[in-house]
Every structure is written in C-alpha cells, then in structure tokens.
Design a protein around this ligand. Structure first.
Ligand SMILES: C[S@@+](CC[C@H](N)C(=O)[O-])C[C@H]1O[C@@H](n2cnc3c(N)ncnc32)[C@H](O)[C@@H]1O
Length: 276
C-alpha cells in the first residue's frame, strides 16, 4: 500500500474513534514507522509502505484509539531544542513548560536543581544552553529517573547532570543558584475531568499531589530557601489558577521580587522569586 493511502485511512480511523487532532497524530505515527521526521514525511508520502511497516502502523493506530498518547507510542517527544525519550513512567513534556526554561535562562547560573525531573527535559535543556553549568535533579520515581539518565547520556550531558531518587530535596547536597520545578499540580477533583489520554496513561504521581493540588508547592517553598545561595532564584511552573497561592507561599518563606509570567495563551504559568 502507498504511504499516502495508509495515512488517509489512518486519519479516518482515528477520526472515527473521536481522537482530536487525528490528522496530526496519524502523520506522527506514520513518520515514526517510516523512520523519518514528521516534517519530512511529505518526501516519502508517495513511496510504498512495506508489509511490516504497515502492520506496525496499524498497531500504533490501535494504541492511539485506546487513547495512549502519541509520545508514549513513538517513545519520544521534541521539547525546547532536543528529542527526549518518553515512557509510561514519565510525564509527556508539554510545550507550555518551555516558558519555565526560557525564564530560567534569563540570568546566569552555575548550579541548578530541578525537582521532579521526569524525562529530565527541563534540567537537560538548561544544561545544554549553559555549557559551564552543573545540575542535580530529583524524582520520587526510580523508573522516571532511569529515563532521565538515559536522556542525559543521549544528549552527552551525563557528566554534568546528577540524578537523585527521593522526596523533593531528600538526598540533595549543597546550595544552588537556581531551583526549577514543574511539580504535579492538578487537584483531586480535576483528575476526574481529565481526558483519558492523560488520566489513564500518564503516571498519577506526575499529575497530582492529591487534595487542593498545592501540596508539592508547600514542600518546595518550605525547603527551597535554605538550598539557594543568597541572590539565587526559584522558578516554578503552576496551573493557571495557582499564582496567588504559590506567590504567597514563597513570600512567606522570605523570598522577594515574586513575579508571575504568562504563557502564550495568556494564562499564569510560571512563578519566579529571588532569595535576598
Ligand atoms: C508534572 S511532572 C514533571 C516532569 C518534568 N519535569 C516535566 O516538566 O515534564 C512531576 C514530576 O514530579 C515527580 N514527583 C512527584 N512527587 C514527587 C516527590 N514527592 N518528590 C520528587 N518528585 C516527585 C513525578 O514523578 C514527576 O516526574
């Protein structure tokens, strides 16, 4: 079968299953099985799809019909300037998290701490931009840390990235110029309303700390001041309704210059503060 026909049928199949963005997903899945970047798929679209590749494409479509996220099916996701390996143990890096990277790069740092690193996408993007910097990243999930370590090796950043398994600051030594985190922040009530692609496939501990969704920020705000050098900064990704609560937590711990930054959709997305 020609790749173009397979793509058309695949798109229809996903549309029929009620998948939003069916055409984009089918393209990404076909590009994956044809081993070409999605933006170059048009170059191979008139070629014949081998029987093996066609079978593989049908398997990918069935997984997507079952609401498995595309990044978990293909095993990778582009974030900032790199490709990151993604598994069922990690959050699929979101484009809005790139704002946190952008904000973190506004001032110089030599030592950075990333709390709840997942794939390592934030820490590794920062280290790639700052060749003299060193980083530490923590995660409660051993399986996620193994993926982060693998990503560090693939990007040749493993000599500057140190991974620690534990609860937020547990096992972290020394002080930092910069602390970053995109912690779980969905409330218990919001979990029920999430799309099945997220709720049923992404790790529960990556999505929600339970209750009011602010538990991770409480722990991070409480521990961060002592781990930052004077003059250091903290930058936290937040949910769009959490700016006031997270800003107040940081101010209560002695941080100043607390600022909120908005994403491209004009939603509050990052809280930034300075340790005097
Ligand atoms: C929202 S995900 C963010 C992952 C990644 N930083 C990103 O932006 O794609 C939150 C991460 O925090 C981790 N996590 C949850 N509770 C934790 C805890 N108590 N201590 C350390 N990490 C935790 C999860 O395993 C998950 O990898």
């Amino acid at each position: 079968m020609k790749a173009q026909i397979a793509l058309m049928l695949g798109t229809r199949q996903l549309e029929g299953a009620g998948i939003r963005g069916a055409a984009t997903d089918a393209r990404r899945l076909l590009a994956h099985v044809m081993d070409v970047p999605p933006e170059r798929l048009y170059l191979s679209i008139h070629s014949e799809l081998s029987e093996d590749r066609h079978k593989q494409f049908l398997k990918c479509l069935a997984a997507r019909e079952a609401r498995q996220p595309v990044a978990q099916i293909t095993g990778h996701r582009a974030f900032w300037k790199h490709e990151f390996r993604v598994t069922r143990a990690t959050l699929d890096p979101r484009p809005e998290t790139e704002l946190l990277v952008e904000v973190a790069l506004e001032t110089p740092f030599e030592r950075v701490l990333d709390l709840g690193t997942g794939t390592g996408c934030i820490l590794l993007s920062l280290l790639a931009e700052r060749p003299a910097a060193q980083g530490v990243a923590t995660d409660i999930s051993e399986a996620a840390l193994a993926v982060a370590q693998e990503n560090a090796e693939r990007l040749s950043l493993h000599e500057r990235a140190h991974f620690v398994q534990g609860d937020w600051f547990h096992g972290v030594e020394g002080r930092f110029d910069l602390i970053v985190s995109n912690p779980p922040y969905i409330t218990e009530a919001e979990m029920a309303e999430l799309a099945p692609d997220v709720r049923d496939w992404e790790p529960h501990t990556a999505l929600t700390p339970g209750g009011d969704g602010l538990g991770a920020y409480r722990a991070i705000a409480f521990g961060a001041f002592a781990r930052l050098k004077p003059g250091g900064r903290i930058a936290l990704e937040i949910g769009p309704t959490q700016a006031a609560a997270v800003s107040a937590m940081l101010a209560a711990q002695g941080f100043d210059a607390v600022e909120v930054r908005q994403d491209l959709g004009r939603r509050d997305r990052v809280v930034l503060a300075h340790r005097p």
